[in-house]
Design a protein around this ligand. Structure first.
Ligand code: PMT
Length: 403
C-alpha cells in the first residue's frame, strides 16, 4: 500500500546550506503521491529560491503569515497536515519549537498542528553538540517529535563532522514511517542483515555460486534503515544502497561467517537472507585449471552453517531470523530449520513458484514464529515483504517486553 497517496505533507525549509537538499525531498514526496505544501522561512530564501519549490510542490510555496491568500495560513496548514517535516531544521527553529515560540509562518504552523512532526536537524558539529541544542532536541523527543539525526560528513566551509542533513531517502523514509503508522519503531536497534549468494572458488576464475541477487536482503536492510535502525549489511553483491547503511563486502561462506561473528553479538536483530553455499571445494586450485588436462574431479566439503552457529551463540536480547528456500513441504521444512537452528522467526519462500525467490523483484513468504504463529504474505514486491518481516521482528520484541 502506498502510504503517501493523497496524504498532506507540510515541508518546512529553514535557513541552512542544506536547504538545497529539501528540493529533492519535496520532489520525492510529490512523486510518491503526497500533496506537498512547502513553507520557506525568510532565512531559507538566502539559500534557495521560492520558485523552485513552487514548481515542485503541489501548491505555490508559502513564505509569510501575511502574504498568503488565506488570512490564517498557519492554522490551515497545521490543521490539514497529516505530517509536518522540517528539513533542514536549524538550531533556531528547533529552539523556537521546543519553547513554543512563534515568530513566523513555519514556527506558527508547528505550534498550530496536532499532526506528527519530523525534525531533520542540520548545522555545524559545534552547534549540534551544544548542550542547549541537545536539550531542545531531548524536549522535542519527549513530546513525541521524531528526530532524524544528522549524519557525519562534509559540512559548509569544508569542515567534516556530525551535523550534515540526513539524506533524502532517510527523510522520506521517516515520513513514510509516520504515514504508515509505524514511525521509527526500530530506532535504537542494531540490525545485521546478510544478502546475496556466496561464491566458493574452484580455481582462480571459477566459482560455485547460486542465483541470489541480493534484492530481498537489501530490501530488508533499507526498510530497517528507514524505520530508524542502525544497519550493517553483509553482502556478496555489488548493488547500490542507502547512504547510512554500513556495508561489509564478502564473497565466501567463510568470510560471511567471520563478518557475521564480528557484528552479530552487538545486534538486537540478525536476518540471514543470504543464500549461503552448502558445499565448497576442499581445495582451491592455484591459477586456472586447464581444460586440456581433462575434466577435473572436484572434491566438496560442507561450508559452516552460519545460522546454526548464530542460533547456538544467540544472546538473550537478540531476535534471530532465518530464511528457508524450499520447493516442497515448504512450511514443514521451514519449521524444522526454525527448531534445529534455534531461531525466533523463519521466512519460508517456495522458490519453485512463479515470481518467488531468487532473482525476482517480487516474493511470497510464510513468516513462521517460534511461538507457532504463521503469517502468509502473498506475492508482493520485495520491499513489502521486508516490511512484513520487520513487523514480525518488532512484534517478537514487544511480546518479549510484555512478558
Ligand atoms: O537474493 P534474492 O535474489 O532477492 O533472493 C532471495 C532469496 C531466495 C535468496 C531469499 O528469499 C532466501 O530464501 N534466502 C535463503 C536461501 C537459503 O540458503 O535457504 P536455505 O533453506 O538453504 O538456508 C536456510 C537458512 O540457513 C538461510 O537463512 C541461510 O542463510 C542459512 N544458511 C544456510 C547454509 C549455510 N551454510 N549457512 C547458513 O547460514
Amino acid at each position: 500500500m502506498n502510504a503517501f497517496r493523497d496524504r498532506r505533507v507540510v515541508l518546512g525549509v529553514s535557513g541552512g546550506i542544506a536547504a538545497y537538499k529539501a528540493v529533492e525531498v519535496c520532489r520525492r514526496l510529490v512523486d510518491a503521491g503526497a500533496f506537498v505544501s512547502t513553507i520557506l522561512t525568510e532565512d531559507a530564501h538566502r539559500f534557495i529560491g521560492p520558485v523552485t519549490f513552487s514548481a515542485l510542490s503541489s501548491e505555490p510555496v508559502h513564505t509569510s503569515l501575511w502574504d498568503d491568500a488565506s488570512p490564517i495560513p498557519h492554522t490551515r496548514l497545521g490543521q490539514n497536515a497529516d505530517v509536518i517535516v522540517v528539513a533542514p531544521a536549524t538550531a533556531r527553529i528547533i529552539a523556537a519549537y521546543a519553547t513554543g515560540s512563534s515568530y513566523d509562518l513555519l514556527t506558527a504552523t508547528l505550534i498550530a498542528t496536532r499532526a506528527p512532526v519530523v525534525i531533520c536537524p542540520a548545522m555545524h558539529t559545534e552547534m549540534w553538540e551544544h548542550p542547549a541544542v541537545q536539550h531542545n532536541i531531548a524536549v522535542l523527543r519527549s513530546r513525541g517529535v521524531i528526530v532524524v539525526d544528522p549524519q557525519e560528513g562534509r559540512l559548509a566551509g569544508g569542515d567534516v563532522g556530525a551535523g550534515r542533513l540526513a539524506d533524502p531517502d532517510t527523510i522520506v523514509g521517516a515520513v513514510e514511517g509516520v504515514l504508515s503508522g509505524r514511525g521509527r519503531d526500530m530506532e535504537g536497534m542494531n540490525i545485521t542483515v546478510t544478502a546475496g549468494g556466496t561464491r566458493e572458488p574452484i580455481d582462480a576464475v571459477r566459482v560455485i555460486a547460486n542465483r541470489s541477487s541480493g534484492k530481498q536482503g537489501y530490501a530488508i536492510a533499507e526498510e530497517a534503515h528507514k524505520r530508524g535502525a542502525s544497519v550493517t549489511l553483509i553482502s556478496t553483491v555489488d548493488r547500490p544502497t542507502l547512504p547510512g547503511i554500513s556495508l561489509v563486502e564478502v564473497e565466501t561462506a567463510a568470510q560471511m561467517l567471520q563478518a557475521v561473528e564480528t557484528h552479530a553479538p552487538a545486534s538486537h536483530v540478525v536476518v540471514m537472507t543470504a543464500a549461503v553455499a552448502d558445499f565448497r571445494p576442499v581445495h582451491t586450485a592455484d591459477g586456472k585449471i586447464k581444460k586440456q588436462n581433462g575434466i577435473p574431479e572436484i572434491a566438496l566439503e560442507a561450508t559452516p552453517d552460519i545460522l546454526a552457529a548464530l542460533g547456538t551463540a544467540k544472546p538473550e536480547h537478540q531476535v534471530l531470523v532465518g530464511f528457508a528456500a524450499e520447493t516442497n513441504d515448504v512450511v514443514e521444512n521451514a519449521r524444522g530449520k526454525l527448531k534445529r537452528k534455534n531461531l525466533d522467526l523463519i521466512v519460508a519462500n517456495d522458490v519453485s513458484a512463479p515470481g518467488v525467490g531468487f532473482g525476482h523483484s517480487t516474493n511470497a513468504v510464510t513468516i513462521i514464529s517460534a511461538d507457532g504463529s504463521e503469517t502468509f504474505v502473498p506475492l508482493a514486491d520485495k520491499h513489502s515483504i521486508a516490511t512484513a518481516v520487520l513487523d514480525s521482528v518488532v512484534a517478537v520484541r514487544s511480546a518479549r517486553r510484555s512478558q
